[in-house]
Design a protein around this ligand. Structure first.
Ligand SMILES: Nc1ncnc2c1ncn2[C@@H]1O[C@H](COP(=O)(O)OP(=O)(O)OP(=O)(O)O)[C@@H](O)[C@H]1O
Length: 228
């Protein structure tokens, strides 16, 4: 497949082909525009997680990759995960259990500015970071939750906190690895809408991996079915 022209914005899966142990897994050629969600569906073993791992920088070396993954015009392959500016939301929210909910959000905020300047300035910056985290929590209905132990939150509350932690890190793309599948039906729709709404507001390209047709429909974007 000839590679398509590079675009400077969005997440560009440019003639990506994945192979493992001599077996061809998937071929995908699609530019996910900012504010667009590409849904990837497919049976178990079709390579959905491998695709997310490739983009995030966690793909084991046993895989053979051709093509390129570009984000905002920059090739990601070869960069360490922390330099890719890609955020992932997993099926389980994975909040750090030894930190409070608010401290979990602070992990998402950059901290370089805390290492320079006078003590007064550093204290002010610390206070500003806390306010940012508190406001982010309040914006998803978690007002006053800064000091709470993550274990005391419901599944939906944990997912909302994990979403805000991720957005505070200012990713340039969002990968969703079935993040709604552990939620019950009523909550599922609500958290799903919140996630798409916030991703759109941040102008992010989104790649959603799911088995659920309702997720795909709610994403309102193109769908690639690897099983076909
Ligand atoms: N580290 C590895 N080394 C060799 N093969 C692997 C490795 N990781 C995954 N695979 C194989 O790659 C294929 C794709 O796996 P992957 O987990 O990406 O599929 P998936 O579509 O996400 O499946 P599921 O829906 O079950 O999560 C499978 O055949 C799997 O056995």
């Amino acid at each position: 497949m000839p590679p398509h022209a590079n675009t400077s914005s969005g997440l560009d899966l440019n003639a990506v082909h994945l192979q493992v142990e001599g077996k061809s897994l998937l071929t995908i050629d699609h530019v996910i525009a900012e504010q667009e969600t590409l849904t990837v569906m497919g049976p178990s073993g079709s390579g959905k997680s491998s695709l997310l791992n490739l983009i995030a920088g966690f793909l084991p070396t046993s895989f053979t990759v051709t093509g390129d993954v570009r984000l905002a015009g920059r090739s990601l392959l070869g960069l360490p995960p922390q330099a890719r500016h890609v955020g992932i939301l997993f099926q389980s929210p994975l909040l750090f259990p030894h930190l409070s909910v608010g401290e979990n959000l602070l992990v998402g905020l950059r901290s370089e500015a805390l290492a320079t300047g006078s003590w007064k300035l550093r204290r002010e910056r610390l206070a500003a970071r806390r306010t940012t985290a508190e406001q982010a929590l309040a914006s998803v209905g978690l007002d006053g939750f800064f000091g709470r132990d993550p274990a005391t939150l419901s599944g939906g509350q944990q997912t909302r906190a994990a979403l805000m932690r991720l957005l505070l890190s200012q990713p340039k793309a969002l990968l969703l690895d079935e993040p709604f599948s552990s939620l019950d039906t009523a909550l599922r729709g609500e958290i799903r809408s919140l996630t798409f709404e916030r991703a759109k507001a941040a102008s992010l390209p989104v790649l959603l991996v799911t088995h659920d047709l309702e997720d795909a429909e709610a994403a309102q974007g193109p769908v690639i079915d690897l099983g076909r």
